[in-house]
Design a protein around this ligand. Structure first.
Ligand code: FMN
Length: 358
């Protein structure tokens, strides 16, 4: 149970989103008003965590959430990245300073309400006012690129369908999916419950059975079109059933950890602003991540034929979005109205994140 102001702030901050709900952060409380955030990435075992970028984006989202949470207590969070930290362990020292100028952020109530929606959303277009609020939320240094027409949504749905075939036929991703999906669950503290994935109950059961072993998946993929149903339900349908797709694009190309951490702050402001507008978001990061592998000419799978598929996906992705947007975007997703998901990821309790005994 959180008891001090700092603990209350951390208790809210931990609701920041992270790739696969990995929560790549631990907190070391160093005084009543200071904490060190020990970040890590998952690149060693997660093929999606290209150079730790998604983890760095998640850490940026955490820091932004912490700033917003602190505003509720009239406090300014002063964040100093530790320069000596190694690349896969970004570390931040944070001091909370009482500041009469700080007013509670209007995004504060959205921190715990924000959640990913992976199922079909309404196709009602965003209003100009909603788009203006969302574009303002990312802040200076970033812009939002929209793709909204039915034809554009159909094209993106097909690209996601193509991208998902790569994802579902590589053993490297199988290992990740096996470890991050919690089967038979509506909620999970440290993973993604299967019911939050967006599959219908029968397909979920089939997936659970197939995922028991890689040879089983390979067999069904090879002879029974095993990837078809999940690709239709998880990519094709939701890719079309939304109000719009968006890319968050920085003014300058991103290279450093700082760049991706600050991108994560922009992402979280955007996502919380969407929540405030009663809109849901689902990140669609895999085409972007495969694009990073292609740009770096770095192989991501032992299945050699998948490389050509990724190159072709990236070519289509770039020709559709424009090379500059496709090459520079740090976040891609879909957005729309709808009913809230009935299943969602929860978070590790604060005493685990702080390493404190209860
Ligand atoms: C950097 C990043 C990448 C993500 N990529 C995806 C993605 O490609 N597909 C997806 O469905 N969700 C994606 N997510 C959403 C997370 O899985 C989700 O935020 C996490 O499981 C916690 O769930 P919640 O947002 O409902 O609290 C991503 C989140 C972040 C921060």
């Amino acid at each position: 149970m959180a008891t001090t102001v700092l603990e209350n702030i951390l208790d809210l901050a931990r609701w920041a989103p992270s790739g696969d709900n990995s929560q790549p952060w631990r907190f070391e409380i160093t005084s009543a008003t200071s904490v060190t955030v020990h970040g890590h990435d998952t690149r060693e075992h997660c093929v999606y965590d290209f150079d730790g970028r998604p983890s760095q984006i998640s850490l940026g989202a955490l820091l932004e959430t912490l700033i917003i949470a602190a505003s509720g207590y009239g406090m300014r969070a002063q964040i100093s990245p530790r320069r000596a930290a190694s690349d896969n362990r970004p570390t931040f020292d944070i001091d909370l300073i009482a500041d009469p100028m700080i007013k509670a952020s209007p995004l504060l109530p959205c921190i715990t309400e924000r959640t990913v929606q992976r199922r079909a959303m309404r196709m009602t277009a965003l209003t100009l006012q909603q788009k203006t609020h969302l574009e303002a939320a990312v802040g200076a240094g970033y812009r939002v690129v929209w793709r909204e027409s039915p034809a554009d949504r159909a094209r993106i749905a097909l690209l996601l369908f193509r991208s998902a075939r790569i994802r579902l036929t590589m053993p490297e991703a199988y290992k990740v999916h096996r470890d991050v999906i919690k089967f038979g669950a509506r909620f999970s503290d440290d993973r993604i419950p299967d019911q939050a994935l967006g599959l219908d109950p029968l397909a979920t059961l089939a997936m659970r059975w197939m995922m028991a072993s890689w040879p089983r998946i390979k067999f069904f993929n090879s002879y029974f079109g095993g990837t078809l149903l999940p690709r239709i339900e998880l990519d094709l349908v939701p890719g079309f059933a939304c109000a719009a797709h968006f890319a968050i694009v920085p003014a300058q190309p991103s290279h450093s950890i700082d760049d991706f951490v600050s991108a994560g702050s922009a992402v979280q402001r955007f996502w919380l602003a969407a929540t405030r507008e009663k809109l849901f978001i689902q990140p669609e990061m895999t085409p972007l991540i495969f694009g990073w592998y292609v740009a770096a000419a770095r192989r991501f799978s032992t299945v050699t034929s998948l490389w050509d598929d990724a190159v072709e996906l990236n070519r289509r992705w770039s020709s559709f979005l424009g090379a500059e947007v496709a090459g520079r975007a740090i976040f891609f997703g879909r957005i729309g109205m709808g009913s809230p998901p009935v299943a969602r990821s929860l978070r590790l309790p604060l005493h685990i994140l702080t390493g404190q005994q209860r």
